[in-house]
Each structure stands twice: as C-alpha cells, then as structure tokens.
Design a protein around this ligand. Sequence first.
Ligand SMILES: NC(=O)c1ccc[n+]([C@@H]2O[C@H](COP(=O)([O-])OP(=O)(O)OC[C@H]3O[C@@H](n4cnc5c(N)ncnc54)[C@H](O)[C@@H]3O)[C@@H](O)[C@H]2O)c1
Length: 318
Amino acid sequence: MAILITGGAGFIGSRLACRMVQEGQPVIVLDNFNDYYDPAIKRANIASVQALGGQCIVLEGDIRDEAFVENLFRTNKIERVAHLAAMTNVRFSIEQGRQYSDVNVSGTIGLLDIARRYGVETFILGSTSSVYGNTSQIPFREDDAAIAPLAPYPASKRAAELFASTYHHLFGLNVTALRFFNVYGPHGRPDMMPMRVIDAILNEKPVQLFGGGVLKRDWTYIDDIVDGIVIASARPLGFKIINLGYGSPITLLEFIEIYEDLIGKKAIRVDVAAPTSEPFITYCDNTRARELLGFNPKTSIGEGLQHTWSWYRQRNLG
Ligand SMILES: NC(=O)c1ccc[n+]([C@@H]2O[C@H](COP(=O)([O-])OP(=O)(O)OC[C@H]3O[C@@H](n4cnc5c(N)ncnc54)[C@H](O)[C@@H]3O)[C@@H](O)[C@H]2O)c1
C-alpha cells in the first residue's frame, strides 16, 4: 500500500517523500524532471530521499501521459495520492495560460479520474494561498469564494479545486485541497524569494522590492507544511479545502532584514512597482487546519530562515 507523490522530485514533494520514507511508508515518486528550473536540483532532491535507504520507487514520466499513469496504478496498490506536480510561480504564468491549464487543470483531472477508478482512499491536492487574490477578507479563510485570482497559476489551481469537488460529488473520492502559504526552507525552489535573496546578497546583486517592500507574506516553513500533508493524507475527510500556513505575515522589507542580519551583509535594495499579479498580502487563518488536522506550525520566520541559511551555506559555501 503505497503513497504516490506526483512532483516528488520538487521542493515540497521531495521533503514529503523523505518524511514518508523515514516513517517506513512505501513511496512512489512520479516527476517529469522538467527544466522550469535546473533539473540537477531535482535529481539532488531525489538523491537525498534515496540516501535514507527506505522504499522509494522513482518514475520519470508525465502526469498527462494517461497510458503511463494507468499502468502505474494497475501494477501498484496505491492507497493515497499527494498530487504536488504542477507548473508553479504566479509571475511566470502570466504569459502561459494554456500551459498552466494543460498541466494544472487537465493533468489534475486525469489523476482524479484514475484515482477514483482505482479506489484511492485519500487524494491530496496541492493548492495555493494565491487563489485568494486581493480579497478584502483578511486573514484568508476557506469560506471566501476566491473567484478573482490575479494570474493563470492561481486560476488553474482554483479550477483544479472545483474539479476535485465535482469528483467527490460524483464518485465519492476523498479529496483534501491544501492551500499552502509561501513555503520556504532547505531544498527551496531557486525561483522563489528565499533562495533568490540569499544569492543576491552574497553576490551583491540588486534585490527588487515590490511596492517599496510593504507587501506582506505569510511565510511557512517546509517541515510544518510536511506535517500538515502527512496528517491530511492519512485522514479521509470527504471534500475539504484547508489553508496550511503559519498565520503571521511580515513585510518583504522585514524578511530581507532578517537575512541581512544572518548573512552579515546588506542587500542592495531596488524599489519597483508591484506587478498586478501580486496580492498586497497573504495571511492564513489556519483555524480549520487546527481543528481538522491538529495542525500546529512551530517554526517562526527567524528560526526557519536561520535553518535555510545554514543549509545553503553548507551546500554551496563548503
Ligand atoms: N512552494 C510554495 O511556496 C508553494 C505555495 C503554494 C502552492 N504550492 C504548490 O505545491 C506544489 C509543489 O510545489 P513546489 O514548490 O515543490 O514546486 P516544484 O516546482 O519544486 O515541484 C513541482 C514538481 O512537479 C514536477 N512536474 C511539473 N509538471 C509535471 C508533469 N506534467 N508531470 C510530472 N511532474 C511534473 C516538476 O518537475 C517539479 O519537480 C505545487 O503544486 C505548487 O503549486 C507551492
């Protein structure tokens, strides 16, 4: 009885795979190792899972390859799915609506359909806080209609949630859509702010501050996110949307100042206008996650960035 982790070579997927393997759970990773960012990073992520020596099968393939995925379900008993494979990144999606729809919507529908046909117990859908756009309901709560996403990426994730709801309604598939809030930590994505800011400070490159750095983000440490996914994947709940976030946003300026203190060097700050795809704030109301999952995020931003910086230093600076 295995858990299938799609996107398991990526940041969150590979950390989830590590945790599952450590807990003695058989894991199957499905990832196409695309070059949205350097695939060598994804191979290194997988190497860190395999170094643990547990049961982890890694399959290189695309979630949209129906014959491949069908064969995977036919030949393995898959009890749970953590569907994390996606095209990510709000800004990159702006000119790429079709591709985001193809992977994040059509690809997800294909998986939902196969999961219900093969009797999967729990299907976790990796969703995002960016579905809330510039809502006036702050902090963000799951009962917000979330009908005005600011870019194709969040629109595609919201559409995937709606399809998941339909698959629960029609076929009884248990789906928990977890809306992750600004995830960071060791093995973080190179295109996201936490890694880009370290690079910029070390290499004396400018750090762009959207809107003068006043935008706020609710940064959530990777281990806390993995805790939430692990619990949710073992708990069939019908259809639920659940926010997973720390619940304490800070400005981009404050974020950079924490790094400046850790690294011992000032950033070269450049003010730029915030793109219209960027919300003013992300702010998680995690009441539902606490009630339904016992979610209890433990890592403050100061502590989490300290871990991130230590990991980066060890890996890149010897
Ligand atoms: N990192 C965050 O802050 C964050 C926030 C909100 C939501 N999410 C969601 O969490 C999930 C994981 O994000 P991440 O940060 O680990 O991103 P990531 O890019 O590191 O991981 C995604 C993985 O999916 C794989 N993939 C993409 N398209 C595929 C396809 N067609 N077939 C098979 N594999 C494919 C990629 O190769 C990659 O390894 C995504 O669904 C993302 O939308 C992430």
